[in-house]
Design a binder for this molecule. Structure first.
Ligand code: NAD
Ligand code: AHE
Ligand code: ZN
Length: 368
């Protein structure tokens, strides 16, 4: 079939809207009509050529929601008409990682996913006879896409697609980092670095679990109002303090119980670790750093009890947890609507990238 898609032909070039060819689902795969997709900073990072796994040409996008329109042979867990969220972190429930119960990082198809192909090693997308790579196993910047059934979460039908898509990455990543990865307890104090589409979800997760002090740090002063809107109690513009770590340690009475990096900047990651309380503070790296960057700190920071850890997709088990997060939204436990600051048609998708780079949006969503 033909489908309209925004194709990343080359790094650092705007996406081009073209009709691409899409092969139908093979065994264990499903064809999904994408109804809406968010634009996450990770899409921008790959398009900007900063991703060591970046492949071009490819169809980016990994924060979608849609409807199953066809299933391949052997598919049993979803059916035509089901509303679903594509998962860049699948859940096969059979691999060593899934069975360990110690991680959400299913490893059954990670290697082919990173190469931009389906588990059988081939792409379903092509343009003028040339294969186009899948992205993070999702490629939600296409009106139709194909995924393995282990990489789709079935969600309730009354959830609006233009909001549920955000659960496909940003909401789950932020709220999940608090609930699943850090397991923040009521009364804790926390610092969130980077108040964008992820950081604001960390903040609303912290508020939901009953954190006491919720400090937001950003270099964009406009983010103060956004943070307060979702439960932030204190704001620090890190450009306006001479030593951000010393300032945060003082503000939190000796250091934070939990800190979260939602910037992808390795200098900030170090600040986040060192702003933790001696003896027990835990710092969670959520931001994705550009190819070649490394983190550093004095080992003494760890010897004296601070913990450095990371979180992918908020530690959520895709097929099990994302439907529950959609329920939390539908039940009013978490908010999504105000964070979706812009909605576009696919033809205007490049505007979403511009707004993100200018710091003028929280989340842009493309509705097909
Ligand atoms: P965003 O662009 O919406 O937000 C980034 C925020 O960080 C902005 O408010 C920006 O002003 C702020 N910032 C930039 N430099 C800063 C600095 N030096 N100090 C303090 N604040 C600074 O991006 P997003 O969509 O929220 O994504 C944030 C990061 O999380 C990205 O690196 C993205 O790739 C990553 N991410 C990771 C996961 C995961 O599973 N680990 C999932 C989604 C996104
Ligand atoms: N391709 C990058 C890694 C990017 C990365 O860390 N991705 C996160 C999700 S970001 C969503 O917006 C993730 O889930 N990582 C776990 C995994 O298996 O990719 C690189 O550095 O090569
Ligand atoms: Zn994302």
């Amino acid at each position: 079939m033909k489908t309209r898609a925004a194709v990343a032909f080359e790094a650092k070039r705007p996406l081009e809207i073209v009709e691409v060819d899409l092969e139908g689902p093979r065994a264990g795969e499903v064809l999904i009509e994408i109804k809406a997709t968010g634009i996450c900073h990770t899409d921008a990072y790959t398009l900007d050529g900063l991703d060591s796994e970046g492949i071009f040409p490819s169809i980016l996008g990994h924060e979608g929601a849609g409807v199953v329109v066809e299933v391949g042979p052997g598919v049993t867990s979803v059916a035509v008409g089901d509303h679903v969220i594509p998962l860049y972190t699948p859940e096969c429930r059979q691999c060593k990682s899934c069975l360990s119960r110690k991680t959400n990082l299913c490893t059954s198809i990670r290697s082919t996913q990173g190469k931009g192909v389906m588990p059988d090693g081939t792409s379903r997308f092509s343009y003028k006879g040339q294969a186009i790579a899948h992205y993070m196993g999702c490629s939600t910047f296409s009106n139709f896409t194909v995924l393995p059934e282990i990489a789709v979460a079935k969600i309730r039908k009354d959830a609006p697609f233009d909001k549920a898509c955000y659960v496909g990455c940003g909401v789950t990543t932020g709220v999940g980092a608090v609930v699943n990865t850090a397991k923040v307890e009521p009364g804790a104090n926390a610092v969130v670095f980077g108040l964008g589409g992820i950081g604001l979800n960390v903040i609303q997760g912290l508020k939901m679990v009953g954190a006491d002090m919720i400090v937001g740090v950003d270099i964009n002063p406009d983010k103060e109002e956004w943070g307060r809107r979702f439960g932030m109690t204190h704001f620090v513009n890190s450009k306006q303090v001479p030593d951000v770590v010393a300032h945060l340690v003082e503000l939190t009475g000796g250091g934070a119980d939990y800190t979260f990096d939602c910037t992808g900047n390795t200098v900030v990651m170090r600040q986040a670790l060192e702003a933790c309380h001696r003896g027990w503070g835990e710092s969670v790296v959520i931001g994705v750093a550009e190819s070649g960057k490394e983190i550093a700190t004095r080992p003494f920071q760890l010897v004296t009890g601070r913990v450095w850890r990371g979180s992918a997709f908020g530690g959520a088990r895709g097929r099990t947890d994302t439907p529950k997060i959609v329920d939390w939204y539908m039940d009013g436990k978490i908010e999504i609507d105000p964070m979706i600051t812009h909605t576009f048609g696919l033809e205007d998708i490049n505007k979403a990238f511009d707004l993100m780079h200018e710091g003028k949006s929280i989340r842009s969503v493309v509705v097909f």
